[in-house]
Design a protein around this ligand. Structure first.
Ligand code: ADP
Ligand code: MG
Length: 389
């Protein structure tokens, strides 16, 4: 669904629910990380792209003072938030992403206006494409529209991140909210997680597209894997005498190899290699050197699978199928994206091969794993936008 179609849809939903037309319509996209996995908490680089999947809200000033009502078209239920006092956590669960952003604006000294809101999203929930950040950034954008006061997009992203930390209890990095707030159509975002410096990387060649392949598998782990990887990275940095792995070159890692256990060495090798691959991929994209970018994506996957050990059979199956289709069939590269153990792969493909590749991956993935994949292509989308002011 295009953003225009979505806007018509949410306006109709608002009209049906509240009996009048909305005044404001705003949207914020989900994202896929093209390369730079498990680098964020090591002060490294990430290279996400906003996808043509959005959280979208229609709203109008409400009659009841001190109250924000949100009707969610996904769960078909409403949340009512008292904004006359400091906003707190509450029910339903999904409303906490919104509550957190309302609280963040209150902390900046803003009085939240009374609002009626209708909300929908085409970002799949819990699929690793950051429906949560899209919801947070969409809420922040609505507050900008409703108060007529734009805020710095970086500050907006940080308010959204804090909402996810404090109100959803997810200690996420800055990538998801940054790309949703700062993305630009036809561009990827190279983000330095140490300095928070961002650089838009143009990717406007109509001959290529990105495919998102959701394995629709999420392996339940003991829960300690993420914390364990983080601890191993910290151990590597400490033993190598640096603040974070960002400060280590591949040569320095080899020189310091004796100071690390075998496993910790491999974890560090992934992170250090991945940081380098990410900046190289940004250069490759700028030069429209698609074979080079594709190879970096394959190398990223191999490293995540073997050194960082966060892949799984289903993600590996998708990458193997993509490799089999190969350059001749229009695939430049493919890798798992997101934290791992399930979720999505991202592939760089020739635009005119999208349909054939989609069919082939869907059929072969089903045959190999027994699961149905969900596949869609996206061009780099715009970040948060006010569609109707
Ligand atoms: P991801 O961000 O990868 O999609 P998360 O677990 O971080 O996964 O966020 C998913 C949660 O965000 C959902 O469980 C829900 O609470 C909230 N959410 C996102 N989109 C919607 C929506 N359209 N309606 C209601 N809640 C939503
Ligand atoms: Mg999320």
């Amino acid at each position: 669904m295009t953003l225009k179609t979505l806007a018509i849809q949410i306006a109709a939903d608002f009209q049906k629910h509240y009996g009048r037309a909305p005044r404001w319509i705003v949207a914020a996209p989900g994202r896929v990380n093209v390369i730079g996995e498990h680098t964020d908490y090591n002060d490294g680089f990430v290279l996400p792209m906003a996808i043509e999947r959005y959280a979208i809200m229609a709203a109008d000033a409400a009659a009841t003072p001190g109250q924000v009502s949100i009707y969610d078209t996904h769960f078909k239920e409403s949340a009512t938030v008292d904004v006359s006092a400091p906003v707190t956590k509450g029910q339903p669960k999904w409303s906490n992403y919104i509550r957190g952003v309302l609280a963040g604006f209150q902390n900046r000294g803003m009085k939240i206006p009374a609002l009626d809101v209708a909300f929908m999203s085409t970002v799949p929930l819990g699929g690793g494409l950051s429906s949560s950040a899209a919801l947070e950034v969409c809420t922040a954008t609505l507050l900008e529209a409703a108060t007529g006061k734009a805020i710095d997009p970086i500050e907006k992203a940080l308010i959204a991140q804090k909402a996810e930390h404090d109100f959803a209890g997810v200690p996420c990095g800055i990538m998801d909210q940054f790309i949703s707030a700062l993305g630009r159509e036809g561009h990827l975002l190279l983000l330095d997680c140490r300095t928070r410096k961002t650089e838009l990387v143009p990717m406007s060649d109509p001959a290529v597209a990105l495919l998102v392949i959701n394995t629709n598998v999420k392996h339940e782990l003991s829960g300690g894997e993420y914390a364990e990887r983080r601890a191993q990275c910290e151990e590597a940095a400490k033993n190598l005498g640096v603040k974070s792995l960002r400060d280590v070159t591949p040569d320095q890692l080899e020189q310091g190899k004796a100071k690390l256990s075998e496993v910790v060495y491999r974890r560090a090798r992934h992170v250090i290699g991945e940081i380098e691959r990410t900046t190289h991929a940004a250069e490759g994209i700028r030069a429209s050197n698609w074979p080079s970018v594709g190879n970096l994506m394959y190398a990223s996957h191999t490293s995540l699978r073997d050194d960082y050990e966060v892949s799984c059979a289903e993600l590996d199956a998708v990458v193997e199928i993509a490799e089999d289709i190969g350059y001749q069939g229009g695939v430049y590269g493919c890798r798992m994206t997101g934290g791992g153990f399930g979720g999505c792969c991202v592939a760089l493909v020739k635009a005119d091969c999208v349909d054939a590749i989609t069919k082939k991956i869907a059929a072969d993935y089903k045959a190999k794993t027994g699961f149905e994949a969900t596949i869609f292509s996206s061009r780099p989308a715009a970040g948060a936008t006010i569609l109707q002011q």
